[in-house]
Design a protein around this ligand. Structure first.
Ligand SMILES: [Zn+2]
Length: 380
């Protein structure tokens, strides 16, 4: 479906509502490639022209720290990425603005600017120090993904064996301090037990900033129906992500079967690009595209995103589902290769007969609600 095939009604709805993407890894590009988001780029997924074409009101930039970076270096990496985002905001004051609250997202829209939100991805970035957490909050970070693909010293990850059986006592302190600071707890990447411990501990609703449904694609990074229900019961929001290996079971299985080849590819990419995570990701997407052309991986279409949204909505209603692309951090499906393609989501939901009020909640209304509720806990 070419972009111009999107119905007029879908465009009208899409461009008259708040659209929030809760997870993009574009800061890697700022830090490693000195990428400037002001021009339409031929690589990657996100820049100002494509955010505008996609009708994006707000985008959360993830300050992601790989798990092999630990200690003070992990904190330094997160701040390095944050500096890169701040530089972009300084360079493009007419187009983007840092938003710390739900109200500031609305104000950005009124000023015809794109709101930039900040999230730390990987709790090891705080180096077991609540003071670092407070510094992130002071710089405008509104959520933190408690783990990445390995346990921290205080929380287990979905992609590694149990080290603590969930959250430790200090892990609970981190959650409570996040509540106090008005920082939303992101349970994408954590283990099921960590998730349950977070729900038991947090006084504010929590989010999954970029996860899908296990009922459709059974991988540890996705949420079981039971967990989606528990998240919703506490007022939280599952932001459906666009990563092909979380959308499609067939893709996930085929990708796993390529693990020997993939290890070689990753080694070659490490040799070629060293620490440059942005180039490694771009190379990974290129490889995925090549393997799809060679028939080694199945094609995954953007419609799969709609399937996951609809599954979650049928389970818990339209009040608990949102969007978190993982642009510039994962492998995108056909038809949603970049931020300019966002109106397709609205078109797909309209096609399923969704009411505009429900579409508005999914596009961004639910995310704003969770932001407001966490601000109430803090008393912004
Ligand atoms: Zn992630």
């Amino acid at each position: 479906m070419p972009a111009d095939a999107i119905s007029l009604r879908a465009r009208q709805i899409h461009f008259s509502n708040i659209v929030i993407d809760t997870h993009a890894d574009t800061p890697q590009r700022f830090l490693f490639d000195q990428f400037d988001m002001g021009h339409l780029d031929s690589e990657g997924c996100v820049d100002i022209p494509r955010l505008r074409a996609g009708g994006v009101t707000a985008i959360a930039f993830a300050l992601w720290v790989p798990v092999d970076i630990t200690g003070a270096a992990a904190t330094a990496r997160a701040f390095g990425l944050l500096n890169g985002v701040e530089e972009q905001i300084r360079r493009h004051p007419d187009d983007v603005i840092l938003a710390r609250t739900a109200q500031q997202v609305r104000e950005a829209l009124d000023q015809d600017k794109i709101a930039i939100l900040l999230g730390v991805e990987g709790g090891h970035a705080i180096h077991n120090d609540l003071q670092v957490l407070r510094e992130f909050a002071a710089r405008g970070v509104r959520y933190m993904t408690l783990t990445h693909n390995a346990a921290t010293d205080w929380a287990d990850s979905s992609n590694a064996g149990a080290r603590h059986n969930g959250l430790t006592g200090f892990g609970r302190e981190v959650v409570l301090e996040m509540n106090r600071l008005g920082m939303i707890v992101d349970i994408s990447h954590v283990s099921d037990q960590t998730f349950r411990d977070v729900l038991e501990t947090s006084s504010a609703p929590v989010i999954a900033s970029h996860s899908c449904c296990r009922a459709i694609c059974n991988v540890p990074r996705n949420l079981s129906d039971e967990l989606i229900r528990a998240l919703a019961a506490r007022g939280g929001v599952l932001h459906i992500t666009f990563h092909a290996a979380f959308l499609s079971q067939e893709y996930a299985v085929a990708y796993k079967a390529l693990s020997a080849e993939n290890t070689l590819r990753e080694q070659a990419a490490n040799d070629k690009f060293g620490l440059n995570e942005a180039q490694k990701l771009i190379e990974g997407q290129r490889m995925s595209d090549e393997w799809i052309r060679a028939g080694k991986l199945p094609r995954v279409g953007w419609e799969k995103i709609i399937e996951h949204i609809d599954h979650a909505v049928r389970l818990v209603g339209a009040d608990h589902v949102g969007l978190g692309s993982d642009f510039d951090g994962a492998f995108m499906p056909e038809g949603l290769e970049d931020a300019a393609q966002f109106p397709r989501i609205t078109d797909g939901l309209l096609g399923l007969g969704y009411a505009e009020t429900d579409i508005a909640k999914i596009l961004g209304g639910n995310t704003l609600r969770v932001m407001s509720e966490s601000e109430k806990v803090r008393g912004f």
